[in-house]
Design a protein around this ligand. Structure first.
Ligand SMILES: [Zn+2]
Length: 264
């Protein structure tokens, strides 16, 4: 029962994340005005603003003008719900739940903004970098328990995360001849490093590069897209950050098993 309540709360939070995805890069307030249709600007009445359900009942259309609603809306709502459940199962009712769920929400928002607009707003990167660092200070001072990272690994996470991504961006430019990554990606790596520490952020960059290369290759081979089509690297790094937060240990085991299998 409490899991159902949590999931529903997560859906509502996901609905707020949709507002952030649309408004933050457009420099609009996320608090007012209330939700409105991006096409006709009519504000959406509460009974038509129920996560997922309204999307299905209204057959993917705005109830006023009939404009098609993007599939992203129900997807982000479901992610909000599913990730709140996952965070609860991992951290229980604790400070860590709020801390890491906020981090996960920021990463969901970043994923979709970068995927759509190829930018990652400083407002998100810099404020969450401070939140991650602040959490590591509280954890070090034993004010809160259950956070996986202390001050030194967090600071190193910012430096090494940002530094390695600068290197990756440089290599990518050398190899492909196009500027595929920008300052937003570097700051995102630093932000993820602040939350997860320097070891985990390297794992995040590795997984994102692997995922990005596989998708990039598929786009070139299957869809005959130009090799020069820039890939929004942040929209790989942010989901990789979520995966590493929850499955870091299993991933490290997997990689060490793979490398020892190859060595043997
Ligand atoms: Zn409309």
């Amino acid at each position: 029962m409490e899991l159902v309540a949590l999931f529903v709360a997560g859906l509502a939070i996901g609905s707020f994340l949709n507002v952030c995805i649309y408004r933050v890069p457009r420099r609009m307030s996320v608090l007012s005005p209330s939700s409105h249709c991006p096409a006709c600007k009519t504000s959406i009445p509460a009974r038509q603003n129920i996560p997922v359900l309204s999307f299905l009942l209204l057959k993917r259309k705005c109830g006023h003008c009939g404009a098609v609603i993007h599939w992203r809306y129900p997807l982000v709502e479901l992610l909000g719900g599913a990730l709140l459940l996952l965070s609860y199962l991992e951290f229980g009712f604790s400070f860590a739940l709020f801390f890491y769920y906020a981090f996960v929400c920021a990463l969901v928002v970043v994923t979709f903004i970068d995927q759509e607009l190829r930018v990652i707003p400083d407002r998100i990167n810099l404020s969450f970098m401070l939140i991650g660092l602040g959490g590591s200070v509280l954890s070090q001072l034993r004010v809160v328990s259950g956070l996986g990272v202390e001050v030194i690994p967090s600071v190193l996470g910012i430096v090494i995360g940002g530094g390695s991504l600068t290197l990756v961006a440089y290599l990518y430019l050398k190899v492909s001849g196009v500027e595929g990554m920008g300052g937003g990606d570097v700051k995102l790596a630093a932000m993820i490093g602040a939350f997860l520490g320097w070891k985990a952020v390297l794992l995040v960059i590795f997984i994102a590069a692997l995922g990005g290369s596989i998708l990039g290759l598929a786009l070139v081979l299957i869809f005959r897209m130009s090799r020069r089509t820039p890939i929004p690297f942040g929209s790989f790094m942010a989901p990789a950050g979520i995966v590493v937060l929850f499955y870091q240990d299993s991933l490290l085991e997997l990689f060490s098993a793979l490398s020892s299998a190859r060595a043997g």
